[in-house]
Design a protein around this ligand. Sequence first.
Ligand code: UD1
Ligand code: MG
Length: 467
Amino acid sequence: MSEMVSVAILAAGLGTRMRSRRAKVLHEAGGRTLVEHVVAAALELAAPESVAVVVGHQAGRVREVLESTGVRFAMQAEQKGTGHALLCCRETLEPAGGRVIVAYGDCPLLRAGTLRALAARHKELSAACTVITTEMEDPTGYGRILRNAEGGIVGIVEQKAATPEQLAVREINSGIYCFEAALLWPLLAGLRPNPATGEIFLTDLVEILAARGHLVAAYPVEDQTELLGINTRVELAVADRVMRESTVRAHMLAGVTIERPETVTIDAGVAIGQDTVIEAFAQLRGRTVVGEECRVGAASILSNATLEDRAVVEPFSMVADSRLAEGAKVGPYGRLRMQAVVEPGAVVGNFVELKKTVLGAGSKAQHLAYLGDALVGEGVNIGAGTITCNYDGFEKHKTAVAAGAFVGSNTTLVAPVTVGEGSYVAAGSVITDGVPGDTLALGRARQVSKPGWPSRRRAARQAESKS
Ligand code: UD1
Ligand code: MG
C-alpha cells in the first residue's frame, strides 16, 4: 500500500454569510488569506504537487494568492456540493494513490500537527475513512455523527435532514477526513445528489463505506478552536484574534519583548530579531523584517518595512515599503514610504516624510520636512520645513543634496535641482538653479529694514480717525 498522503482543499464556495463581493477564502485573518493558512498546513505534510485546491468562485484570484506555493488546482465551475467538489480533484490526486486528506479552505486555524495525527490514527486503525469529530455544547448547523449500538460510526446526518433524536447528538463532523484513495475515488464517482438539495454530499460516503463493512473511525479532538470554520465576519474576527495571540506569543518566546501584547498586531510573514522591543498598539504587517535590538514605538505601523539591527521607530510613525539601516531612527510622527531608505545612523524626526528618497549615513532631517525623489548624501543637515518640489503637475523630478551640505530651514528645493558637496543653502531660500560644491546659495529677497516706520504709521492712522 502506498504511504503517500495527498491533500484536497475545498475552496470553491462563495460564502454567502460573509456578505461580501469577495470569495470567503480570500478574506484575511492573521495577515493572510484563509486559504493560504490551510495550504501552509497542508504543505507541512505533503509536497506541493500532492495538494489540490478546488477553486470556483473567483478562481483566478484564489490561484493568484496561491501561485507561489506550487500547489495544483481543480476547477469546480458550479458548486454542486462537497462530494462533487472533492470529485473534481480525482484526475489530479488519484494517480498518487495512498491516502487523501480532505480539508476546507475556510478552516484557517487547522494545524499541520492535527492533520498528521489524523493520518497516523487512520493508519493505526487500518480504517477506510477517519473523520475528525468533536463534542459541541451547541452543535447547531453541523453534520451529526451517527453511531450504532456498538459505538461504530454508521453515517453523518446534516442538520436539515436530522430527526429530533439525531439533533440531540453533540458529536459533530468537522468536515476534515482521511480516506483510502483506492476506496474513495470509485465510490465518490457513484454518489447520487441529495434529493432535498440536489447537492452531492461528501458525508453520504461515510454511510456507504460503513454499509459495505469498511471501518469508519473517528479522531476526536478536544480543542475546538482549531476546527473553527469561518462563515461570518464575526468568526473571521475570532480567527484573527486567535492567530494574533499565538503569533505574538511565539515572538515573545523567541526573545522579543512585546508590551501590552493584546494590543499588538503582527502578521504571519513578519520576522523580528532578538531583544527588539515592540510597544503597545504597534502593527507589523506584510513582509516586515525587524532586526535585533530595535525599538518599534507605540502605535507605529510598519508594512513591508525592513529595520536593520538597532533601528528605532519612535511612536506614531508609519514605515511602508521602506528600510531603516543599522541604528537609523524615524519619528515620532515620521513617515517613510515607497522605497525610502534611511542609511546608518541617519535621523528622520517629527512630521518628516520621505518618499523614494535616500537619506545618507548620519544625515538628519529632524523636523517638518518633505523629501521626495531625493538622493541625500552623508552628513547632511536638512533644516526644519525643507520641501522638495518634486512634482511640476505633470512629472516627478529628482533632487540631489551632496555629502556634508547644510540646507537651511524653510528651504524650497525646486526639482530637478542639485546642491553640491559641503554647500550651504540659506534659510528661507527658493532654490531653482543648481548649487555647486562649497558654495553659499541665497535664494530669497534681501531684507529691508525701515527704522521709525511703525510709529509714523500709527501717527498717520490717528490723524485720519480724528479728521
Ligand atoms: C459541511 C458538512 C457537515 C460538517 C460541516 C463542517 C457536508 C454535506 N456537510 O457542511 O457535515 O459538519 O461541513 O463545517 O459535507 N465547497 C466547495 N464546493 C461545493 C460546496 C462546498 O468547494 O460545491 C467548499 C466550501 O467552499 C467550503 C467547504 O466546501 O469551504 C464546506 O462547504 P459548506 O457548504 O460550508 O458545508 P457545510 O454546510 O458547512
Ligand atoms: Mg460551512
